[in-house]
Design a protein around this ligand. Structure first.
Ligand SMILES: Cc1cc2nc3c(=O)[nH]c(=O)nc-3n(C[C@H](O)[C@H](O)[C@H](O)COP(=O)(O)OP(=O)(O)OC[C@H]3O[C@@H](n4cnc5c(N)ncnc54)[C@H](O)[C@@H]3O)c2cc1C
Length: 399
């Protein structure tokens, strides 16, 4: 195991830094650094810039128009992009559906749907969870009944991230209610403009409409939109989840967030001294930095194993748990560093029009980020579920 970058990887890092310096629009990185809400147009613009360079679909094979980066290159991108204030790449089409279509989709589906993910003509969202089917996903009830060349879909999905921007949703639906739960699920691609699809916003703790309910009433879906075989959707769903969890550690974003906390804590005073000299605060910063470095090293170890052909499974769960705990601690430190300035709930600050509220530390979005990032230990499989997986694999009881 060699954890230092090779000369080629260092050259790639330089190339990436130059690209970010020259191509990342300042108004977008400014929004990211200030923790302000990105509009759909901002995310689409960044995707288009990456796509023009051939760097949008970083994990896709070249045959499908991807960059085919190694795991180490993706790690370098994660760190450099976050440090530069680049928006995160919206994962639903690129990291989730893309790999599923490449492995299980028909040639016609690959030809039809993959280019639209790259050029941004389709915005996908993920229709897995339902009320009553989150951790226990296999109990999902959204029903799809075959009717000639169509499926008729009825039911409800929930927590659908950025569904308000999407024109397409990939869904797990129940096609056979009579068999064991996992054996009656199919993977269906649904056009959200079809009559009978309704999107209703859910407002999160930070006031943002980031997630939605998606309702289906007698929605007619062409049978050609079934991925793979009917009732084999659980296999495809699990394959997708391993792709979803890899990368949930968010090391780059945490490093950038901690750097910002330190900047504020050096400028802010407590009892006449910089906050960074407060022993209690400094100890918490030191602890989270140690944890973060340990995680970064583990991440490199894991990506170097993956580069050598290993598949991250259990390790993805470990990174997900550790990464979310670290990020939430950094959010708490940020809240404490700015003190009372984090108190007002200021949606204007998040939206970028904060002239009315005194905000010398750029603290407007800090409370909103603290509340918003409660989600990190829930989505992509909650931390309790991940700990269960880790315990089962390491302490016995099977993988
Ligand atoms: C902001 C956000 C965005 C999301 N985006 C999407 C999306 O785009 N698409 C999508 O399909 N889903 C999405 N989700 C849903 C997410 O995957 C689920 O919330 C998650 O899987 C947990 O399911 P649940 O909310 O139903 O909680 P439940 O499964 O009801 O769990 C409730 C609590 O019980 C604990 N628990 C449950 N079972 C066990 C167990 N066996 N052992 C120990 N503890 C257990 C859980 O950890 C949790 O603390 C999103 C969620 C959030 C919060």
């Amino acid at each position: 195991m060699d954890l230092s970058y090779t000369p080629e990887e260092l050259a790639f890092q330089d190339e990436l830094r130059a690209f970010l310096r020259n191509e990342l629009p300042a108004e977008i990185s400014e929004k990211v650094r200030q923790g302000r809400e990105l509009e759909k147009a901002d995310m689409e613009r960044w995707h288009a810039i990456l796509n023009a360079r051939g760097w949008l679909a970083q994990n896709w094979p070249k045959a499908f128009g991807g960059a085919e980066w190694s795991a180490v290159q993706r790690h370098i991108y994660d760190v450099e992009a976050a440090a530069a204030g680049a928006p995160r790449i919206v994962p639903f089409g690129l990291s989730m559906l893309g790999p599923v279509l490449q492995k299980f989709g028909s040639k016609a589906q690959q030809d039809h749907w993959l280019p639209g993910i790259l050029d941004g003509s389709d915005w996908w969202c993920q229709g897995y969870s339902e009320p009553g089917a989150g951790s226990d996903l296999a109990s999902l009830k959204t029903r799809a009944v075959r009717d000639g060349n169509h499926y008729i879909v009825n039911g409800q999905k929930t927590w659908t991230t950025l569904g308000q921007h999407a024109n397409m949703i990939f869904c797990l639906v129940r096609t056979d209610p009579e068999v064991k739960q996992q054996e009656g699920i199919s993977f269906l691609l649904i056009d959200m403009n079809t009559p009978g699809v309704e999107v209703r916003p859910i407002i999160l703790l930070d006031g943002s409409p980031e997630v939605n309910e998606v309702w289906f009433t007698d929605v007619r879906v062409p049978a050609e939109n079934l991925v793979g075989e009917e009732n084999k959707g659980w296999t495809y769903a699990k394959y997708l989840l391993t792709h979803e969890r890899t990368g949930l550690g968010g090391i780059g974003a945490s490093q950038a967030a901690l750097a910002s906390v330190k900047r504020v804590a050096r400028a802010e005073t407590h009892n006449g001294k910089p906050l960074m000299q407060n022993p209690h605060f400094a100890a918490r910063v030191a602890q989270v930095e140690i944890d973060m470095r340990a995680m970064a090293t583990s991440n490199l170890r894991i990506v170097s194993q993956a580069a050598a052909g290993g598949a991250p499974g259990l390790e993805a769960s470990m990174l997900k748990v550790k990464g979310s705990v670290i990020r939430q601690e950094i959010n708490d430190l940020a809240r404490r560093a700015v003190g009372p300035y984090a108190m007002p709930f200021a949606s204007e600050a998040v939206e970028g029009a904060n002239d009315l509220i005194p905000d010398p530390l750029g603290a407007g979005p800090v409370a909103a980020q603290y509340f918003n990032n409660r989600k990190l230990s829930i989505f992509g499989g909650s931390n309790e579920i991940q700990r269960g997986i880790i315990a089962k694999v390491t302490l016995g009881g099977g993988a």
